[in-house]
Design a protein around this ligand. Structure first.
Ligand SMILES: Cc1cc2nc3c(=O)[nH]c(=O)nc-3n(C[C@H](O)[C@H](O)[C@H](O)COP(=O)(O)OP(=O)(O)OC[C@H]3O[C@@H](n4cnc5c(N)ncnc54)[C@H](O)[C@@H]3O)c2cc1C
Length: 475
């Protein structure tokens, strides 16, 4: 299905002036301050924009979008600018609309277990707001200090607690959204049941700003855990790690909130490049698992986890393990896990993948992918880590130690193609949690079925017939 007219190339001055009036002086970013909005974390996609605006309310967002719609000017929504697939970076004569000034806490209700927040609050702030109300907002990712509620919703972020609480999609009850024609959808319902037709919020969750702009959300809260135990184990291989997950869940009554896998190279890279990180186990192991367990009761969990680990050692499912003795030790273990992307960045771009398969298929996927990658690039190093409990592997291929940062650039496309071919044989996903953005747009077009692409394009054409919302991303 062909999309309608593409966005206008050069926004007319009269429209830019009208947008400037709509947001006022405080809502305009001066050219001298534009750089942080136009470059992203991996330095991969330099951006350009005709104007950068930071509206302060939903009404101001709607006013800007209406002017853009009337003039067919493209808009790139931006949250905390931590996305890893380039979706938040504009590619030309576009308006970059940052949500950073939408920061109201609209409602917190411990009785409903909900909070209603503006899109521009950071994820860490949302966690704190929940904690102040004696509740847990469980979404947690490495970028949580910077990424915003609107951003995590628009990318359907996953993170380390999906095993117990689900993806961002599972944590949203209602949304307020500005549609591509400037109308506001007031969907901030606090309902857990609403079977009145299509569940429209799910179009915008994971929509990567291609269907509208999320301005506020109703988020689910949970009882705050009374006790948490963090443990780190060495394992012989990925198959043992999968078996350990099943063992841990059986032995703790499904008490695992996180189950993070990493190969040896992850520990080596973080120990070498991230200040404060050191190998938590004395001797090297092939692979590792970082586990966290939580319970609503105090006192019993530690003993249960100790028994579980001892049994696992006896069964040969792990080779060594430590339990964090303090909050500081637990934080140090998580610091290592959350620093993984930063440590890998020091080694250059390589070929990065964020894939998923059924959890039980992870060992076979890793074997098949390693064989394919090393055939194409025998000198490559493989960094495999991720949320094993969710079947999610961050599978990053980097050049040899000390090689130039673009060492694998000549074979990147081939390596990615080989990994995605293997993912297809497992009926997996080419993007488990980071999204599509610019980075995987062409891969998506090749790898989704024609029926899926037809449905996606039909939705896009219905809501955004002029293609002004985040053009060139996802579709
Ligand atoms: C160190 C690090 C660790 C990470 N770990 C994880 C992880 O464990 N799990 C995971 O899922 N992701 C992870 N990510 C990537 C993750 O997708 C982003 O961090 C986050 O979800 C994006 O939020 P943001 O506010 O920065 O959005 P941005 O980067 O600004 O934008 C991301 C996309 O959403 C759109 N968007 C942003 N805000 C809005 C809005 N209000 N309305 C409509 N569209 C909008 C943008 O146009 C873009 O397409 C990590 C990133 C980093 C840097």
């Amino acid at each position: 299905m062909a999309m309608n007219a593409p966005h206008r190339k050069s926004p007319p001055k009269s429209a830019l002036d009208a947008i400037a009036r709509a947001v006022g002086e405080k809502g305009l970013v001066a050219p001298a301050d534009a750089a942080p909005f136009l470059s992203e974390w991996r330095g991969r996609w330099p951006g350009e924009a005709a104007l950068i605006v930071t509206p302060a309310s939903t009404d101001e967002v709607a006013a800007v979008v209406k002017i853009c719609a009337d003039n067919k000017i493209a808009i790139t929504p931006q949250g905390g600018n931590t996305g890893l697939v380039g979706g938040q970076i504009p590619g030309g004569d576009e308006i970059l609309l940052s949500l950073k000034r939408l920061r109201k806490v609209r409602d917190v209700s411990p009785l409903n277990n909900t909070m209603t927040l503006d899109a521009g609050l950071t994820l860490a702030e949302a966690q704190d707001i929940a904690a102040e109300a004696g509740r847990l907002f469980p979404l947690s990712i490495g970028a949580e200090g910077t990424c915003q509620i609107g951003g995590v919703i628009s990318t359907n972020a996953g993170g380390v607690n999906v095993l117990r609480y689900g993806n961002c999609r599972d944590l949203v009850l209602g949304l307020e959204t500005v549609l591509p024609d400037g109308r506001i959808w007031h969907g901030l319902k606090r309902l857990r049941k609403d079977n009145t037709g299509y569940d429209l919020k799910h179009l915008f969750i994971g929509g990567e700003g291609t269907l509208g702009i999320v301005t506020a959300a109703v988020l689910k809260l949970f009882p705050a855990p009374a006790e948490k135990i963090t443990a780190f184990a060495g394992v012989k291989n990925a198959a043992d790690a999968v078996a350990l997950l099943a063992h841990a869940q059986d032995a703790t009554g499904g008490g695992a909130t996180s189950f993070e896998f990493m190969n040896r190279l992850c520990v080596e890279l973080t120990s070498a490049h991230i200040p404060g990180v050191r190998d938590p186990l004395g001797a090297p192991h092939e692979c590792y698992v970082l586990m966290e367990f939580s319970s609503g009761e105090t006192g019993a969990l530690r003993g249960t986890v100790e028994t579980m680990l001892a049994d696992a050692l006896e069964k040969g499912l792990l080779t060594d393990a430590v339990i964090a003795e303090s909050e500081a030790q637990a934080k140090a273990l998580w610091h290592m896990r959350h620093s993984m992307s930063e440590a890998i960045n020091t080694q250059g771009l390589g070929a990065r993948h964020d894939v998923s398969v059924a959890t039980s298929d992870i060992p076979a996927f890793l074997d098949a992918a390693e064989a394919a990658v090393l055939t194409l690039a025998p000198e490559a190093r493989i960094v495999a880590f991720g949320h094993m409990g969710d079947g999610n592997v961050h599978y990053d291929i980097i050049g040899p130690d000390g090689a130039p940062k673009d060492a694998l650039a000549d074979r990147r496309a081939e390596i990615e193609g080989a990994v995605y071919d293997i993912i297809a044989t497992f009926d997996g996903s080419i993007s488990a949690e980071h999204g599509v953005g610019r980075h995987r747009r062409d891969t998506l077009a090749k790898r989704k079925s024609p029926v899926e692409l037809h449905m996606m394009r039909a939705v896009k054409a219905a809501l955004d017939p002029d293609g002004i919302m985040n053009p060139g991303k996802m579709l």
